[in-house]
Design a protein around this ligand. Structure first.
Ligand code: FUC
Length: 808
C-alpha cells in the first residue's frame, strides 16, 4: 500500500464544512471570483431575467425601472389529467411489425407502428398539449409593480445581479441622488417568495402592485390586505376541471401607506416595503405530497411567516441553500476579460469569450449556475425539474415543459451525484417509482410482457404509452435509461437501503426487456423490436427514409447496462438467483456495440446511412457517457470509433446536444476538444434571431438555449465540466482526466466519486499539486493521475491528502 498522509477520521458533522474550508484556504492562492450573474439593463425577455426558486415556487425578475415584472412559477402548475392512453389490442400488431422488420421492410413496419403501436388519443398534442389530457407545465402568472418616482431625473448606475452564493437577486440604481434597491429570494424553509424594495430617502417609494395571468384566473382582495389570484387549469376533458392553484401576496412590512382597491395594492411614501408571496396547487407529487385546498394553503403559508422579519427569513433561506451550494467549489483562476469590464456583465463576458478572450472563470460561473439551478428546481418531496426546471413564462411551454425521457430528464440529473447534491435526485426517483404501475399496463398492452416500460413522454399523470409518432415515440429503452440513475446512485453512495428500494424497480424494467427481446437472424443476437435510435432516421438501400428498426445501438447498450446492474444488485442483496441466470444468459446474447465499415460506431444493427449525419441525438454513444462500456482504457478501438462518430456528427448542436458532446469528449480524455465544445456551448444566444434554429448557445442570464430555453443544457454542462476534472466510472478515481490547457491553475473541492468519496483537487501549470479525499464509508480505491495508479485504503470518514509526488 502506498504511504499516504492520513489525517484520521473526521466527525460526520464536520465533514460538510471541511472541504469548503479547504477550498477557502486555496482562495488565497486564487482570489475568489464573485459568483454573480450580472446585467446592466432591464430584461426584455425571460432569458434575461434573474431566476429564483426553492424547488417548488419560482420567480423570474425582469428589473424594469418603471415597471417591475416578475413571472411566477409553481411546479404543480400542470394542466391535463390521468388517462389510459394505451392502445387497446396493440399487441396484436406486434407479430406483423416484427416480421416486417425481420424482412428488412422498415418503412412498412413503421407505417404499422404509426397505425397500431402509438398511443391512443392525442398523446402530447404534438408537443402543444396545454388543452389535451396529456397537459402542459405552465406559468403561474405575473406580479407587476408599477412605480412612480418623485423625480424624472435620469437613472444612473443601473445594475442587477443574481448572487449564486446566497441565491438572492438584486437590483440597484440612483435617481436624483436617491438609491433605489430591490432584493428577492424564494425561501424553502419559509415557503414564500420574499421581495424587499427600498429607497435611501424617506417617502420616495410609490408603486401599484397587481397580479395577472393570461387565462383561467379570478382575483380577490381580502380584508387583511392580501391580494389573491386563483383558478383551475384545464384537465383536457369536456368539464375542463383540472389542477386548482392560488397565489397570494401581502405587504409584510412598510413605513409607507398601503391602500387596496380594484385588485391593486398601492404603496406610497415609503422607504422600505417587504412583500411576501405564497402559492400552492392541489396536484399530488409522486412522493404523495400535496395539499387539498390550494387557496387555504396559500393563505396559511403567508400566515406562518406573519411574525418573521426580513432578515430572519433571509438568514434561514441562505443557510438552507448554502447547505447544498457550498459543498462544492470551483476556481479556475482570474479572468482578465471580467476584471477589465465595469461593470463586468455576464452577457458582456459571454461575448468577449466568444470573441476569443480567455475567461476561465466564466466556465466556473457556468458550473455554479447549473448547481444553483438544480438546487432551486428540484427538492425532495417535489416534482422533478422539467424541461425548463420550474421556470415557464407562458401557458403553452415548449414541448409542454414535460419530462422527455430519451435524454432530457436524465441530463437534468447528471450533476446530482458528481456535484455532491445527491438528495436532489429524490424527485426523479419518486417519478421513476410511480411509472411502474401504469408502465406495467403499457408493457402488457403492447408486448404482453411482464415488468414495466415507459416511452419518451412523462407527465404528472402516469403517462407511459408510446408517443404519437413512431419517429420519436417508439424508443423503447427510456425506462432502462431511467434505471441507470438508480444503480448509479447506489454506486456513488453505497447506500444499501436505497438499493433495496431501487432494485425492484430495476428488476421490473429488466423483466420487460427479458420478455420482449427477439433474435435477429444474421447473428442470432437478442435485440429490441420495434424501436428507433433516438429521433434519427436512416436511409434504406433503396433510399427510403425510416426510423423504426430493431436493435438500435442505444437500446442494446442500455439493456446491457441494466442487466449488468440487476445482476450485481441481486448479488449485493442476495436475491433472485434464477432470474440472475436468465439475465446473464440474455445479457451475453445482446447485440454488441460495433464499428461500421467507416470506422464509426454503428448507430443501427445495419450500417445504414443517416438521413441527418449531424443529428443532435448521439445516444448510440451512450456507452461512452453516461454509460461505461466504451473507454479509451478498456476498449480503445470502440473509443476511436466514438471519436470518429463525434467527428462525423460535428461540434455544433442544440444546447443539450453540446452538453452531451462535452461530457463525451471529457470521457475520451480530450480536454482541448471539450473546451472547444464548451466555447460553443457558451456562445451568446440571441432570443430574437436564434428562435427557429437548433443552434445551442447561452442566453444573457446564462439559461441554456436549445433554442428555446431548455435547462438540460445547463445541468448537463455542469456535470460535463465536473467530468473534465474527475471520473470514476471504471475501476479507478481519475484526477484531472480532461484538463484543458485553458485552465492551467485551479482548485475544485467537494466533488463526489463512486464509492462514497468526496474529492478535492488543486493543480498548477496544468499539473496536479494536491488531492484530498474523504471517504464516507471506507474502502479500497485506486487513484489515477495520467498513467500512474496508486491504491488507497480509507476507513469510514477518514480524510487523506496526497501530493503529486505520491504519483511519481
Ligand atoms: C427531444 C429532442 C429535442 C428537444 C425535445 C424537448 O425531442 O430531440 O431536441 O430537446 O426533446
Amino acid at each position: 500500500m502506498h504511504p499516504v498522509n492520513n489525517s484520521g477520521p473526521v466527525e460526520s458533522t464536520l465533514k460538510r464544512y471541511l472541504l469548503p474550508a479547504f477550498a477557502l484556504c486555496l482562495c488565497f492562492q486564487f482570489p475568489l471570483q464573485g459568483r454573480e450573474v450580472v446585467l446592466a439593463e432591464p430584461a426584455t425577455h425571460f432569458t434575461e431575467s434573474l431566476p429564483l426558486g426553492n424547488g417548488r415556487l419560482g420567480a423570474m425578475l425582469f428589473g424594469g425601472v418603471d415597471a417591475e415584472k416578475i413571472v411566477l412559477n409553481e411546479n404543480g402548475m400542470w394542466s391535463g389529467s390521468p388517462q389510459n392512453a394505451d392502445r387497446p389490442g396493440a399487441a396484436e400488431a406486434l407479430p406483423e411489425i416484427r416480421q416486417l422488420l425481420l424482412e428488412g421492410k422498415n418503412a412498412e413496419a413503421e407505417a404499422l407502428v404509426n397505425k397500431h403501436f402509438t398511443c391512443a388519443g392525442k398523446g402530447s398534442g404534438g408537443g402543444v398539449g396545454a388543452n389535451v389530457p396529456f397537459g402542459c407545465y405552465q406559468t403561474l402568472g405575473q406580479m407587476y409593480l408599477e412605480f412612480t418616482y418623485p423625480s424624472e431625473a435620469p437613472v444612473e448606475d443601473y445594475r442587477r445581479w443574481l448572487d449564486l452564493e446566497t441565491a438572492t437577486a438584486h437590483l440597484s440604481f440612483l435617481r436624483d441622488g436617491v438609491e433605489y434597491r430591490r432584493e428577492g429570494f424564494v425561501s424553502k424553509p419559509g415557503e414564500v417568495f420574499v421581495y424587499r424594495v427600498t429607497a435611501s430617502k424617506e417617502a420616495s417609494l410609490h408603486f401599484n402592485l397587481r397580479l395577472d395571468r393570461q387565462e383561467r384566473r379570478s382575483s380577490e382582495v381580502h380584508d387583511n390586505g392580501d391580494l389573491e389570484m386563483y383558478g383551475e387549469l384545464n384537465n383536457g376533458w369536456r368539464d375542463g376541471r383540472g389542477v386548482r392553484y392560488a397565489t397570494r401576496v401581502r405587504v409584510a412590512a412598510t413605513d409607507g401607506t398601503v391602500e387596496i382597491k380594484d385588485g391593486v395594492i398601492s404603496v406610497s411614501n415609503a422607504s422600505e416595503v417587504v412583500l411576501h408571496l405564497s402559492a400552492a396547487t392541489d396536484i399530488k407529487t409522486f412522493a404523495g405530497r400535496g395539499v387539498n385546498d390550494a387557496r387555504a394553503t396559500a393563505r396559511s403559508d403567508l400566515d406562518a411567516q406573519a411574525e418573521a422579519t426580513y432578515w430572519g427569513l433571509r438568514a434561514d433561506h441562505i443557510a438552507d441553500y448554502r447547505a447544498f451550494f457550498s459543498r462544492t467549489t470551483l476556481q479556475l483562476g482570474s479572468s482578465p476579460a471580467a476584471a477589465e469590464m465595469i461593470p463586468p456583465t455576464t452577457p458582456g463576458r459571454l461575448q468577449r469569450f466568444a470573441a476569443g478572450e480567455p475567461d476561465p472563470d466564466l466556465a466556473a460561473l457556468y458550473f455554479d449556475f447549473g448547481r444553483y439551478l438544480l438546487i432551486s428546481s428540484s427538492r425532495p418531496g417535489g416534482l422533478p425539474a422539467n424541461l425548463q426546471g420550474i421556470w415557464a413564462e407562458k401557458i403553452q411551454t415548449p414541448w409542454n415543459g414535460d419530462w422527455h425521457l430519451n435524454i432530457n430528464l436524465q441530463m437534468n440529473y447528471w450533476p446530482a451525484n458528481i456535484c455532491n447534491l445527491e438528495e436532489l435526485n429524490e424527485p426523479l426517483f419518486a417519478l421513476i417509482e410511480s411509472l411502474q404501475e401504469p408502465g406495467a399496463i403499457t408493457a402488457q398492452t403492447y408486448y404482453g410482457a411482464r415488468g414495466w416500460v415507459s416511452f419518451l413522454l412523462a407527465n404528472p399523470w402516469g403517462f407511459t404509452s408510446p408517443g404519437e409518432s413512431a419517429s420519436w415515440g417508439s424508443t423503447v429503452s427510456c425506462s432502462a435509461w431511467l434505471c441507470q440513475h438508480l444503480w448509479d446512485h447506489y454506486l456513488f453512495t453505497g447506500d444499501k437501503a436505497f438499493l433495496e428500494r431501487a432494485y425492484p424497480i430495476m428488476r421490473g424494467a429488466a423483466l420487460f426487456y427479458l420478455d420482449m427481446l427477439i433474435e435477429e437472424p444474421a447473428h442470432g443476437w437478442l435485440v429490441t423490436a420495434p424501436s428507433n435510435s433516438p429521433e434519427n432516421a436512416f436511409l434504406l438501400p433503396d433510399g427510403t427514409k425510416a426510423h423504426v428498426c430493431m436493435g438500435p445501438t442505444a437500446d442494446q447498450q442500455l439493456l446491457r447496462y441494466l442487466f449488468d446492474a440487476c445482476i450485481e444488485a441481486s448479488v449485493v442483496l442476495g436475491e433472485d438467483h434464477e432470474l440472475r441466470q436468465e439475465l446473464r444468459e440474455k445479457r451475453d446474447r445482446l447485440a454488441p456495440t460495433r464499428l461500421g465499415p467507416d470506422g464509426r460506431i454503428m448507430e443501427w444493427l445495419e450500417p445504414y446511412e443517416e438521413a441527418d449525419p449531424q443529428h443532435r441525438h448521439i445516444a448510440h454513444l451512450w456507452g461512452l457517457y453516461p454509460g461505461n462500456e466504451i473507454s479509451p482504457d478498456r476498449t480503445p478501438a470502440l473509443a476511436n470509433g466514438a471519436r470518429a462518430s463525434l467527428n462525423g456528427r460535428g461540434d455544433g448542436g442544440t444546447g443539450w446536444s453540446l452538453a452531451f458532446k462535452l461530457a463525451m469528449w471529457a470521457r475520451l480524455g480530450d480536454g482541448e476538444r471539450a473546451h472547444k465544445i464548451l466555447t460553443s456551448h457558451l456562445k451568446p444566444a440571441d432570443q430574437k434571431t436564434a428562435k427557429q434554429r437548433w443552434s445551442g448557445g447561452t442566453y444573457a442570464n446564462l439559461f441554456d438555449a436549445h433554442p428555446p430555453f431548455q435547462i438540460d443544457g445547463n445541468l448537463g454542462g455542469s456535470a460535463a465540466i465536473a467530468e473534465m476534472l474527475l471520473q470514476s466510472h471504471l475501476d479507478s478515481v481519475k484526477l484531472l482526466p480532461a484538463l484543458p490547457p485553458q485552465w492551467p491553475d485551479g482548485t475544485v473541492s467537494g466533488l463526489r466519486a463512486r464509492g462514497g468519496l468526496e474529492v478535492s483537487i488543486s493543480w498548477s501549470k496544468g499539473e496536479l499539486t494536491e488531492v484530498t479525499l474523504v471517504s464516507e464509508k471506507g474502502g479500497e480505491f485506486t487513484l489515477q493521475y495520467g498513467e500512474a495508479r496508486i491504491p488507497v485504503s480509507l476507513q469510514e470518514l477518514e480524510q487523506s491528502t496526497l501530493s503529486v509526488d505520491d504519483f511519481r
